[in-house]
Design a binder for this molecule. Sequence first.
Ligand SMILES: Cc1cc2nc3c(=O)[nH]c(=O)nc-3n(C[C@H](O)[C@H](O)[C@H](O)COP(=O)(O)OP(=O)(O)OC[C@H]3O[C@@H](n4cnc5c(N)ncnc54)[C@H](O)[C@@H]3O)c2cc1C
Length: 396
Amino acid sequence: MTKKTVAIIGGGSATLMLASEIDTSKYDVTIYEKNQGLGRKFLVAGKGGFNLTHSTPIEEMKTKYVASDPILSALDSFTNEDFISWLKKEGIETFVGSSKRIFPKKGIKPIQVLQAFEKRIKENGVNIEFNSTWKGFEGEQLIIEKEGETTTINPDIVVFALGGASWKVTGSEGDWLTHFEEKGIKTVPFSASNCGVAITWKEKFAKTNEGQPLKSISASCGKLAKKGDVIITRLGLEGSAVYALSPAIREQLQEKGEATIYIDLKPTTTEESILRKMKSPRKKNSWSEHLIWQLKLSKPMFDLVKRTCTKEDFMNPEFLAKHIKQIPLQVTGFDEIDKAISTVGGIKLDEIKDNFELKNLKNHYVIGEMLDWDAPTGGYLLQGCMSMGVGLAESL
Ligand SMILES: Cc1cc2nc3c(=O)[nH]c(=O)nc-3n(C[C@H](O)[C@H](O)[C@H](O)COP(=O)(O)OP(=O)(O)OC[C@H]3O[C@@H](n4cnc5c(N)ncnc54)[C@H](O)[C@@H]3O)c2cc1C
Protein backbone atom coordinates (compact mmCIF):
# COMPACT_ATOMS: atom_id res chain seq x y z
CA MET A 1 0.00 0.00 0.00
CA THR A 2 1.41 3.43 -0.92
CA LYS A 3 1.67 5.83 1.96
CA LYS A 4 -0.11 9.18 1.96
CA THR A 5 2.19 12.18 1.59
CA VAL A 6 2.40 14.92 4.22
CA ALA A 7 4.08 18.29 3.61
CA ILE A 8 4.93 20.29 6.71
CA ILE A 9 5.56 23.91 5.76
CA GLY A 10 7.94 25.59 8.21
CA GLY A 11 10.53 23.84 10.35
CA GLY A 12 10.29 25.67 13.67
CA SER A 13 9.52 24.61 17.23
CA ALA A 14 6.04 23.15 16.61
CA THR A 15 7.40 21.15 13.67
CA LEU A 16 10.29 19.79 15.72
CA MET A 17 7.76 17.96 17.86
CA LEU A 18 5.28 17.11 15.10
CA ALA A 19 8.00 15.59 12.90
CA SER A 20 9.37 13.66 15.87
CA GLU A 21 5.99 12.13 16.68
CA ILE A 22 4.17 11.75 13.36
CA ASP A 23 3.53 8.14 12.37
CA THR A 24 5.84 7.57 9.41
CA SER A 25 4.60 4.01 8.97
CA LYS A 26 1.39 5.67 7.69
CA TYR A 27 2.81 8.78 6.06
CA ASP A 28 5.63 9.84 3.79
CA VAL A 29 6.57 13.15 5.44
CA THR A 30 8.60 16.09 4.08
CA ILE A 31 9.37 19.36 5.86
CA TYR A 32 9.76 22.44 3.62
CA GLU A 33 11.80 25.07 5.46
CA LYS A 34 12.97 28.36 3.97
CA ASN A 35 16.17 28.46 6.06
CA GLN A 36 19.18 26.19 5.79
CA GLY A 37 18.40 24.62 9.15
CA LEU A 38 15.54 23.76 11.48
CA GLY A 39 14.50 25.66 14.61
CA ARG A 40 16.19 29.03 14.15
CA LYS A 41 13.81 30.75 16.56
CA PHE A 42 14.13 27.81 18.95
CA LEU A 43 17.87 28.59 19.05
CA VAL A 44 17.23 32.30 19.56
CA ALA A 45 15.00 31.39 22.50
CA GLY A 46 17.96 29.40 23.78
CA LYS A 47 20.20 32.44 23.79
CA GLY A 48 18.32 34.10 26.62
CA GLY A 49 17.04 32.00 29.50
CA PHE A 50 15.93 28.87 27.66
CA ASN A 51 12.54 28.22 29.24
CA LEU A 52 11.41 24.98 27.68
CA THR A 53 8.26 24.85 29.76
CA HIS A 54 7.03 25.75 33.25
CA SER A 55 6.67 23.62 36.37
CA THR A 56 3.26 24.96 37.46
CA PRO A 57 0.56 22.25 37.42
CA ILE A 58 -1.01 22.14 33.97
CA GLU A 59 -4.46 23.29 35.18
CA GLU A 60 -2.92 26.47 36.57
CA MET A 61 -0.62 26.81 33.58
CA LYS A 62 -3.61 26.72 31.24
CA THR A 63 -5.14 29.77 32.92
CA LYS A 64 -2.29 31.89 31.53
CA TYR A 65 -3.15 31.12 27.91
CA VAL A 66 -5.41 33.41 25.93
CA ALA A 67 -6.62 30.56 23.76
CA SER A 68 -9.40 28.05 23.31
CA ASP A 69 -9.64 24.48 22.08
CA PRO A 70 -7.94 22.74 20.37
CA ILE A 71 -4.91 24.44 21.98
CA LEU A 72 -6.17 23.99 25.54
CA SER A 73 -7.10 20.35 24.99
CA ALA A 74 -3.68 19.73 23.40
CA LEU A 75 -2.13 21.07 26.62
CA ASP A 76 -4.21 18.54 28.57
CA SER A 77 -3.10 15.62 26.43
CA PHE A 78 0.58 16.59 26.30
CA THR A 79 1.33 18.44 29.51
CA ASN A 80 4.48 20.13 30.82
CA GLU A 81 5.27 16.91 32.73
CA ASP A 82 4.87 14.89 29.54
CA PHE A 83 7.25 17.26 27.75
CA ILE A 84 9.84 16.99 30.53
CA SER A 85 9.65 13.15 30.37
CA TRP A 86 9.81 13.29 26.57
CA LEU A 87 12.98 15.39 26.71
CA LYS A 88 14.50 13.05 29.28
CA LYS A 89 13.86 10.08 26.99
CA GLU A 90 15.75 11.97 24.26
CA GLY A 91 18.69 12.53 26.60
CA ILE A 92 17.84 16.10 27.64
CA GLU A 93 17.68 16.41 31.43
CA THR A 94 15.98 19.51 32.79
CA PHE A 95 15.80 21.40 36.07
CA VAL A 96 13.33 23.77 37.72
CA GLY A 97 14.76 27.27 38.12
CA SER A 98 13.95 29.56 41.04
CA SER A 99 11.30 31.18 38.80
CA LYS A 100 9.63 27.72 38.48
CA ARG A 101 10.57 27.72 34.79
CA ILE A 102 12.06 24.58 33.29
CA PHE A 103 15.54 24.85 31.77
CA PRO A 104 17.86 22.29 30.17
CA LYS A 105 20.21 20.98 32.86
CA LYS A 106 23.36 23.09 33.35
CA GLY A 107 25.92 22.24 30.68
CA ILE A 108 23.33 21.31 28.03
CA LYS A 109 23.49 23.92 25.29
CA PRO A 110 20.43 24.97 23.20
CA ILE A 111 22.04 23.48 20.09
CA GLN A 112 22.18 20.09 21.88
CA VAL A 113 18.45 20.28 22.57
CA LEU A 114 17.87 21.05 18.89
CA GLN A 115 20.16 18.19 17.88
CA ALA A 116 18.16 15.79 20.07
CA PHE A 117 15.03 16.74 18.09
CA GLU A 118 16.91 16.46 14.78
CA LYS A 119 18.16 12.98 15.69
CA ARG A 120 14.65 11.88 16.54
CA ILE A 121 13.26 13.36 13.28
CA LYS A 122 15.96 11.60 11.26
CA GLU A 123 15.29 8.28 12.99
CA ASN A 124 11.60 8.80 12.28
CA GLY A 125 12.44 8.91 8.56
CA VAL A 126 11.15 12.43 7.88
CA ASN A 127 12.61 14.15 4.77
CA ILE A 128 13.67 17.77 4.90
CA GLU A 129 13.85 20.25 2.01
CA PHE A 130 15.85 23.29 3.14
CA ASN A 131 15.94 26.65 1.31
CA SER A 132 12.38 25.93 0.24
CA THR A 133 9.89 28.73 0.64
CA TRP A 134 6.15 28.31 0.32
CA LYS A 135 4.86 31.13 -1.91
CA GLY A 136 1.13 30.52 -1.84
CA PHE A 137 -1.54 28.36 -3.45
CA GLU A 138 -2.03 27.53 -7.11
CA GLY A 139 -5.46 25.96 -7.11
CA GLU A 140 -5.12 22.83 -4.95
CA GLN A 141 -1.33 22.89 -5.13
CA LEU A 142 1.35 24.63 -3.12
CA ILE A 143 3.95 26.83 -4.79
CA ILE A 144 7.47 26.15 -3.51
CA GLU A 145 10.46 28.30 -4.44
CA LYS A 146 13.88 26.72 -4.06
CA GLU A 147 17.13 28.37 -5.14
CA GLY A 148 15.35 30.61 -7.65
CA GLU A 149 13.28 27.78 -9.17
CA THR A 150 9.54 27.55 -8.67
CA THR A 151 7.72 24.21 -8.49
CA THR A 152 4.36 23.06 -7.24
CA ILE A 153 3.62 20.17 -4.91
CA ASN A 154 0.37 18.39 -4.28
CA PRO A 155 0.65 16.38 -1.05
CA ASP A 156 -2.32 14.50 0.42
CA ILE A 157 -1.99 16.39 3.69
CA VAL A 158 -0.51 19.83 4.36
CA VAL A 159 0.51 21.16 7.76
CA PHE A 160 1.33 24.85 8.08
CA ALA A 161 3.64 25.78 10.96
CA LEU A 162 4.93 29.14 9.73
CA GLY A 163 5.37 30.83 13.12
CA GLY A 164 4.45 34.40 14.12
CA ALA A 165 5.81 37.70 12.86
CA SER A 166 8.65 38.77 15.16
CA TRP A 167 12.40 38.22 14.89
CA LYS A 168 12.01 38.02 11.12
CA VAL A 169 15.68 37.13 10.83
CA THR A 170 14.73 33.65 12.10
CA GLY A 171 12.42 33.11 9.11
CA SER A 172 9.03 33.79 10.73
CA GLU A 173 8.04 36.81 8.68
CA GLY A 174 4.27 36.63 8.91
CA ASP A 175 4.04 37.55 5.22
CA TRP A 176 1.49 34.86 4.35
CA LEU A 177 -1.80 36.28 5.70
CA THR A 178 -3.10 37.15 2.21
CA HIS A 179 -2.55 33.57 0.92
CA PHE A 180 -5.11 32.37 3.46
CA GLU A 181 -7.45 35.32 3.07
CA GLU A 182 -7.65 34.55 -0.66
CA LYS A 183 -8.92 31.10 0.33
CA GLY A 184 -11.64 32.68 2.49
CA ILE A 185 -9.82 31.91 5.76
CA LYS A 186 -10.11 34.70 8.31
CA THR A 187 -6.91 36.16 9.73
CA VAL A 188 -6.07 38.79 12.33
CA PRO A 189 -3.24 41.31 11.70
CA PHE A 190 -0.17 40.55 13.81
CA SER A 191 0.71 42.57 16.87
CA ALA A 192 3.48 42.32 19.42
CA SER A 193 3.24 40.33 22.62
CA ASN A 194 5.77 39.67 25.37
CA CYS A 195 7.67 42.80 24.54
CA GLY A 196 8.69 46.16 25.91
CA VAL A 197 6.11 48.90 26.41
CA ALA A 198 6.32 52.59 25.59
CA ILE A 199 5.92 55.03 28.48
CA THR A 200 6.28 58.79 28.24
CA TRP A 201 9.03 59.26 30.80
CA LYS A 202 10.15 62.64 31.98
CA GLU A 203 13.28 63.26 29.86
CA LYS A 204 15.67 63.42 32.84
CA PHE A 205 14.36 60.17 34.32
CA ALA A 206 14.91 58.20 31.10
CA LYS A 207 18.36 59.70 30.58
CA THR A 208 19.70 58.89 34.03
CA ASN A 209 18.04 55.51 34.50
CA GLU A 210 18.17 53.92 31.05
CA GLY A 211 19.34 50.30 31.37
CA GLN A 212 18.75 50.21 35.13
CA PRO A 213 16.66 47.41 36.67
CA LEU A 214 13.76 47.70 39.06
CA LYS A 215 14.24 44.45 40.93
CA SER A 216 11.68 42.24 42.71
CA ILE A 217 8.77 44.51 41.94
CA SER A 218 5.23 43.59 40.98
CA ALA A 219 3.56 45.01 37.88
CA SER A 220 -0.15 44.86 37.20
CA CYS A 221 -2.66 45.84 34.53
CA GLY A 222 -6.36 45.04 34.68
CA LYS A 223 -6.70 41.60 36.26
CA LEU A 224 -3.11 40.54 35.47
CA ALA A 225 -0.23 40.92 37.91
CA LYS A 226 3.30 39.59 37.82
CA LYS A 227 6.22 39.73 40.21
CA GLY A 228 9.70 39.97 38.78
CA ASP A 229 12.23 42.44 37.44
CA VAL A 230 11.90 45.11 34.78
CA ILE A 231 14.48 47.21 32.97
CA ILE A 232 14.03 50.92 32.36
CA THR A 233 14.60 51.78 28.71
CA ARG A 234 14.53 55.04 26.78
CA LEU A 235 11.24 53.85 25.30
CA GLY A 236 9.64 52.62 28.53
CA LEU A 237 10.00 49.30 30.32
CA GLU A 238 10.92 45.76 29.37
CA GLY A 239 11.27 42.49 31.26
CA SER A 240 9.21 39.51 32.33
CA ALA A 241 7.00 41.39 34.76
CA VAL A 242 5.65 43.67 32.01
CA TYR A 243 5.67 41.02 29.27
CA ALA A 244 3.18 38.99 31.28
CA LEU A 245 0.72 41.91 31.19
CA SER A 246 0.63 41.97 27.37
CA PRO A 247 -2.98 40.74 26.91
CA ALA A 248 -4.40 43.27 29.40
CA ILE A 249 -2.28 46.12 28.00
CA ARG A 250 -3.37 45.22 24.45
CA GLU A 251 -7.02 45.22 25.49
CA GLN A 252 -6.79 48.67 27.11
CA LEU A 253 -4.82 50.08 24.18
CA GLN A 254 -7.49 48.83 21.80
CA GLU A 255 -10.32 50.24 23.92
CA LYS A 256 -8.84 53.55 25.01
CA GLY A 257 -5.69 54.10 22.97
CA GLU A 258 -3.74 54.10 26.23
CA ALA A 259 -3.19 51.61 29.06
CA THR A 260 -2.29 52.02 32.71
CA ILE A 261 0.09 49.69 34.47
CA TYR A 262 0.81 49.88 38.19
CA ILE A 263 4.19 49.22 39.75
CA ASP A 264 4.42 47.99 43.33
CA LEU A 265 8.00 48.65 44.36
CA LYS A 266 7.62 46.69 47.61
CA PRO A 267 5.31 43.75 46.89
CA THR A 268 6.29 41.88 50.08
CA THR A 269 5.76 44.89 52.39
CA THR A 270 2.36 46.25 53.37
CA GLU A 271 1.37 49.89 53.00
CA GLU A 272 1.11 50.13 56.80
CA SER A 273 4.61 48.82 57.27
CA ILE A 274 5.96 51.26 54.68
CA LEU A 275 4.22 54.11 56.50
CA ARG A 276 5.60 52.97 59.84
CA LYS A 277 9.12 52.90 58.45
CA MET A 278 8.70 56.36 56.95
CA LYS A 279 7.45 57.74 60.26
CA SER A 280 10.27 56.21 62.26
CA PRO A 281 12.55 58.78 63.94
CA ARG A 282 14.65 60.62 61.41
CA LYS A 283 18.32 61.17 62.10
CA LYS A 284 19.95 64.29 60.78
CA ASN A 285 19.59 63.20 57.17
CA SER A 286 17.23 64.63 54.54
CA TRP A 287 13.74 63.25 53.79
CA SER A 288 15.08 61.65 50.59
CA GLU A 289 17.95 59.96 52.43
CA HIS A 290 15.55 58.82 55.14
CA LEU A 291 13.26 57.22 52.54
CA ILE A 292 16.09 55.50 50.69
CA TRP A 293 17.53 54.14 53.93
CA GLN A 294 14.29 53.08 55.61
CA LEU A 295 12.67 51.53 52.54
CA LYS A 296 15.84 50.17 50.94
CA LEU A 297 15.03 51.90 47.65
CA SER A 298 17.52 51.56 44.83
CA LYS A 299 18.40 54.75 42.94
CA PRO A 300 16.06 54.06 40.00
CA MET A 301 13.28 53.12 42.43
CA PHE A 302 13.73 56.36 44.32
CA ASP A 303 13.84 58.36 41.08
CA LEU A 304 10.67 56.68 39.88
CA VAL A 305 8.85 57.57 43.10
CA LYS A 306 10.05 61.17 42.94
CA ARG A 307 9.34 61.72 39.24
CA THR A 308 5.82 60.34 39.39
CA CYS A 309 4.39 62.63 42.07
CA THR A 310 4.24 66.31 42.91
CA LYS A 311 6.67 67.93 45.37
CA GLU A 312 3.84 68.24 47.90
CA ASP A 313 2.84 64.58 47.61
CA PHE A 314 6.46 63.55 47.87
CA MET A 315 6.60 65.12 51.33
CA ASN A 316 3.36 63.43 52.42
CA PRO A 317 4.05 59.99 54.04
CA GLU A 318 0.41 58.83 53.76
CA PHE A 319 0.33 59.55 50.02
CA LEU A 320 3.81 58.17 49.46
CA ALA A 321 3.11 54.83 51.20
CA LYS A 322 0.17 54.29 48.85
CA HIS A 323 2.13 55.53 45.85
CA ILE A 324 5.07 53.17 46.41
CA LYS A 325 2.59 50.27 46.39
CA GLN A 326 0.85 51.46 43.23
CA ILE A 327 2.75 53.79 40.91
CA PRO A 328 0.57 54.40 37.84
CA LEU A 329 2.36 54.53 34.49
CA GLN A 330 0.66 55.41 31.21
CA VAL A 331 1.53 52.98 28.43
CA THR A 332 1.16 54.42 24.96
CA GLY A 333 2.02 51.30 22.95
CA PHE A 334 4.29 48.31 22.49
CA ASP A 335 7.84 48.25 21.21
CA GLU A 336 8.48 47.33 17.54
CA ILE A 337 6.90 44.03 16.57
CA ASP A 338 10.20 42.60 15.32
CA LYS A 339 11.69 42.87 18.81
CA ALA A 340 8.79 41.00 20.43
CA ILE A 341 9.29 37.52 21.88
CA SER A 342 5.99 36.47 20.36
CA THR A 343 3.08 37.82 18.37
CA VAL A 344 -0.67 37.49 18.44
CA GLY A 345 -2.68 37.45 15.25
CA GLY A 346 -2.53 35.07 12.31
CA ILE A 347 -5.17 32.43 11.59
CA LYS A 348 -8.28 32.90 13.74
CA LEU A 349 -8.85 30.00 16.12
CA ASP A 350 -12.45 29.56 15.01
CA GLU A 351 -11.17 28.77 11.50
CA ILE A 352 -9.85 25.40 12.70
CA LYS A 353 -11.55 22.22 13.83
CA ASP A 354 -10.77 20.24 17.00
CA ASN A 355 -7.98 18.43 15.15
CA PHE A 356 -6.28 21.64 13.87
CA GLU A 357 -7.70 21.16 10.36
CA LEU A 358 -8.83 24.31 8.56
CA LYS A 359 -12.62 24.22 8.33
CA ASN A 360 -12.58 25.65 4.80
CA LEU A 361 -9.60 23.73 3.46
CA LYS A 362 -9.82 19.98 3.83
CA ASN A 363 -6.60 18.14 4.72
CA HIS A 364 -4.83 21.40 5.55
CA TYR A 365 -3.81 21.84 9.19
CA VAL A 366 -2.34 24.75 11.14
CA ILE A 367 -0.27 24.65 14.36
CA GLY A 368 2.05 26.87 16.40
CA GLU A 369 2.40 30.60 16.77
CA MET A 370 0.77 31.29 13.39
CA LEU A 371 -2.58 30.71 15.11
CA ASP A 372 -4.09 33.64 16.99
CA TRP A 373 -3.35 32.82 20.65
CA ASP A 374 -1.30 34.37 23.39
CA ALA A 375 0.69 33.20 26.39
CA PRO A 376 3.38 34.68 28.60
CA THR A 377 7.02 33.96 27.97
CA GLY A 378 8.71 31.65 30.45
CA GLY A 379 8.04 28.30 28.79
CA TYR A 380 4.36 28.74 27.97
CA LEU A 381 4.96 29.47 24.28
CA LEU A 382 7.18 26.49 23.58
CA GLN A 383 4.93 24.22 25.65
CA GLY A 384 1.97 25.39 23.56
CA CYS A 385 3.82 24.64 20.31
CA MET A 386 5.02 21.22 21.54
CA SER A 387 1.54 20.24 22.74
CA MET A 388 0.07 21.21 19.37
CA GLY A 389 2.79 19.20 17.60
CA VAL A 390 1.94 16.07 19.59
CA GLY A 391 -1.80 16.75 19.40
CA LEU A 392 -1.72 16.88 15.62
CA ALA A 393 0.65 13.91 15.27
CA GLU A 394 -1.77 11.83 17.33
CA SER A 395 -4.87 12.91 15.45
CA LEU A 396 -3.51 12.26 11.96
C1 LIG B 1 14.09 36.19 21.65
C2 LIG B 1 13.08 35.09 21.87
C3 LIG B 1 13.14 34.34 23.04
C4 LIG B 1 12.19 33.35 23.28
N1 LIG B 1 12.27 32.64 24.44
C5 LIG B 1 11.34 31.71 24.70
C6 LIG B 1 11.43 30.93 25.89
O1 LIG B 1 12.40 31.02 26.66
N2 LIG B 1 10.40 30.05 26.14
C7 LIG B 1 9.34 29.90 25.30
O2 LIG B 1 8.44 29.12 25.59
N3 LIG B 1 9.27 30.58 24.14
C8 LIG B 1 10.24 31.47 23.82
N4 LIG B 1 10.18 32.16 22.64
C9 LIG B 1 9.03 31.92 21.73
C10 LIG B 1 9.18 30.64 20.91
O3 LIG B 1 10.50 30.52 20.42
C11 LIG B 1 8.16 30.64 19.77
O4 LIG B 1 6.88 30.85 20.29
C12 LIG B 1 8.18 29.35 18.98
O5 LIG B 1 9.45 29.14 18.41
C13 LIG B 1 7.12 29.34 17.88
O6 LIG B 1 7.21 28.11 17.19
P1 LIG B 1 6.55 27.92 15.76
O7 LIG B 1 6.93 26.56 15.28
O8 LIG B 1 5.14 28.29 15.78
O9 LIG B 1 7.27 29.00 14.84
P2 LIG B 1 8.82 29.23 14.54
O10 LIG B 1 9.68 28.55 15.53
O11 LIG B 1 8.97 30.68 14.35
O12 LIG B 1 9.02 28.45 13.15
C14 LIG B 1 8.39 28.84 11.96
C15 LIG B 1 9.27 28.33 10.83
O13 LIG B 1 8.58 28.49 9.59
C16 LIG B 1 9.51 28.90 8.62
N5 LIG B 1 8.76 29.61 7.56
C17 LIG B 1 8.08 30.76 7.67
N6 LIG B 1 7.50 31.08 6.50
C18 LIG B 1 7.85 30.10 5.63
C19 LIG B 1 7.55 29.84 4.26
N7 LIG B 1 6.78 30.69 3.57
N8 LIG B 1 8.06 28.75 3.69
C20 LIG B 1 8.84 27.88 4.39
N9 LIG B 1 9.16 28.06 5.68
C21 LIG B 1 8.66 29.15 6.30
C22 LIG B 1 10.47 29.80 9.36
O14 LIG B 1 11.70 29.93 8.69
C23 LIG B 1 10.59 29.08 10.71
O15 LIG B 1 11.65 28.16 10.71
C24 LIG B 1 11.15 33.11 22.34
C25 LIG B 1 11.11 33.84 21.15
C26 LIG B 1 12.07 34.82 20.91
C27 LIG B 1 12.02 35.59 19.63
